[in-house]
Write a protein that binds this ligand. Sequence first.
Ligand code: ADP
Length: 730
Amino acid sequence: MTSGGDAPGMNAAVRAIVKTALSIGIDVYAFYQGYQGMLDGGDAIKKMDWGSVGGILHKGGTIIGSARCMEFRERTGRLKAAANLIERQIDNLVVIGGDGSLTGANLFSEEWPSLLEELLKKKKINKKQALKHPKLNIVGLVGSIDNDLSGTDMTIGADTALRRIAEALDALSSTAASHQRTFVVEVMGRNCGYLALMSALSSGADYVLIPERPPEADDWTQELCDKIKANKKAGKKKSLIIVAEGARDKEGIPISGFQVVEELKKRIDEDARLTILGHVQRGGSPTAFDRYASTVLGYAAVQHLIDEEEDKESMIIGLQKNRVKAIPLMESIKKTQSIVDFISSKNFDKAIELRGGSFKDSLDIFNTLSSATPKPKEKSSETLNILVMNAGTLAPGMNITARTAVRLGMDKGHRVLGVRNAFKGLINNDIEELGWMDVEEWTVLGGSELGTNRKMPINRDFYEIAKNLESNNIHALLIIGGMVGYEAAFLLNEKRNEFPAFEIPIVCLPATINNNLPGTDFSVGTDTALNSIIEAVDKIKESAVANKRVFVVEVMGRYCGYLAMMSGLATGAERVYLHENGLTLQDLQDDVNMFKRAFNEGKRMGLVLKSEYANKIYTTPFISALFEEDGGDIFDVRQSILGHVQQGGNPSPYDRAIAIKLAAKSIDFLVEKATKGEHNAVNIGLHGGQIEYQNIEDLKRSVDLEHIRPREQWWTKLEELVNLFGRSSA
Ligand code: ADP
């Protein structure tokens, strides 16, 4: 059941739950319109089959409907619901909804024995029925665009909502810049500032108002006006103010976007425009992340119900540090509720603390990045020269990473220099100092303003590099890019005895669409590429409505199958072909037969996602020709090699968020080490919300150098899910 406010990704969860359960022989019912359907019974409770959840993965909203239901809040309502469940022998419930829906489910489960007793007394059920279903097992999945639930790092729908907001803000920014306008944008989030904060951070906004941290100044409107004026004076072409629905001042009095517009007019005669984004934030096709997360969570929810021991409490299946986790339901709800209570009682510090460390870090980083100038330098402190560069192929998000590094480095009182054109520029001394406003527009820009390429330094290049590092008096180096950067850093590290100029701290920050770098779950740029792929594949699938057709879609990634795997999972492909998991002629033959059978049983479209170098011999044209020939009259085949669209586009909100986080921590690291005179060379990585560093010398051990990818990759087992959900029947 989906309940409460709808959220993009709910369909993916429903699909995964239904298919997982059916595949192990469990009957599945859907309650239409949430608790209302459970109460109404009849046609509102439908038995699901494999086909009921076909073609829904890419759809926004929820196909089984969602609603708010007052009657379920009353015991009489829950009594009716219990009778409907018993009638159909249902005693396991997966609820996808917000904290309200999950609280209701928990209460229902707690009351279950007494509800059955009452039904028995009223002779609505018989003793045998009551004895057969003594317990109602509950598993919750959190569907909420606000990302407001404690215990799970991301809720279903939040990533899509952020993307909708980012699309709107990017569009507004371009018109705002043309007319030097100020826009005030109101976003959702009654009790949670997540959407507002993350979108402010990733759009280069000037000011953000959220429920958890009201402005500290007594006269906050003046503070806001001063900031807008200062930013304009510093050369900013546009101003952007983000207001969360539930924003308030430190007295707890609500602040609306309208009020901000009025104040700007009154105090500084600024003609700001108000945009209230409203329900567009809830709508549209779910992002790759929401499809992936909902799919693995739905699968895990059913597994959890099967594995459940007697008398286990109700659990939520959520994500912690990028891994699926079962969390006690009420503990999580209570903690969430306590944040709301702390906000209401104006204990904002406590509210922020409970939101977790990365929320507070994001706020602090936002405050720095949105200033008109760096903070005044402390006289006594040493000024370091930090060098920032890109390396390797292009990844969306390289610019915002560099921007963050420049501003945070400057804010700490240091000079930040940029290298043009990666190692070519470092060899040719194409280096210049970057200023605060030079990088202003780099937030949303795809591509690489500094320039990047795959040049690896060799032979005499190292001498030139050493000379240039010395002549520019460089104290620390940040390389934003792919494996080329990592390998080069490895060589610089190795040649320290020869060239003392290399004895500086070096950080390699993962930025590549391929996600093939060691020591990190995610690289900057990967999420953008993934979303470009799924948008393209959605369109390709739509083009097939009339014919019986199999599409073979080739995506980038070199020897790393991440893009193929994740886009396969997010688009409902029947198969993914990856180098990691191997591909044989027998596999291809089996798959042709699988497709033949499926098309003969009524299937209309098939999809295979193939990674670039899945197999040297079985290329995309080869596979397509083989399928075409063997498919005979049963289906035809089209191949599509997606190419460079995958490297383009504005970075996604997730890529912007990790870019900022990684850049911030890299600068902290470089400054700390350079100040102490230490010269570690590391790569920085992200495991869920956690940052980790790995010495560059250890790189060789964790990388499969022949295929340029980590030896262990967290996602390779997901192929089982692709194959399971890609089946044409249970
Ligand atoms: P969300 O799940 O998105 O937080 P709501 O808070 O509106 O949305 O809850 C959705 C539905 O869940 C409600 O209409 C009601 O049927 C049920 N529900 C919510 N809270 C409770 C509760 N405390 N007891 C019983 N049912 C509840």
